[in-house]
Design a binder for this molecule. Sequence first.
Ligand code: F42
Length: 154
Amino acid sequence: MTVSPSPDYLPSRSPRARDQVARFEATDGAEANTLDGRPVVVLTMTGARTGRVRKTPVMRVVRDGTYVAVASAGGQPDNPAWYHNLVAHPVIELQDGAERRTVRAREIHGAEKRRWWSIADSFWPPYADYRARSPRDIPLFLLEPVGSGSQGSD
Ligand code: F42
């Protein structure tokens, strides 16, 4: 079952991201679900400024049912715009293949973040290069199932 974009949907300014989301959603996650052969998921969120529906592909990073969103933007000096969306409206939808789930984004820090970086690097090794060249401490969000009591530990 394919979902037509809601009228509130405001596509990304990035043609690559916008086109990948369109193909991914048109095929219910069967196509456009990789980058350089590594799996990708799509996040659907609420814009921090516009309140519109925003979507962004991110690399699929998951361990024991918990996903991670890495706000790397290729190591650019600034956080991606979608970082602000997850801070302002942390309950989002994650689509992995045909499976959609509601998750809550929680930014992590310290020892918890270091642990998850090693997991994220195993899914997408270029993250280590982004960290090396970015002036930012690239943010990581855990995308936890809604309703989980996990507070996480630093
Ligand atoms: N980016 C990552 O950061 N991490 C990844 O793991 C990742 C994987 C990936 C895989 C495939 C692919 O095609 C792209 C991938 N990207 C990944 C790139 C990602 O999809 C984004 O293109 C990139 O992270 C930049 O995100 P961005 O949100 O900055 O996008 C820009 C291009 C954009 O669309 N900007 C909009 C604009 O109009 O300028 C604003 C978007 C927005 O959400 N605006 C908010 C609103 O209210 O609508 C306001 C946000 C604010 O600043 O308050």
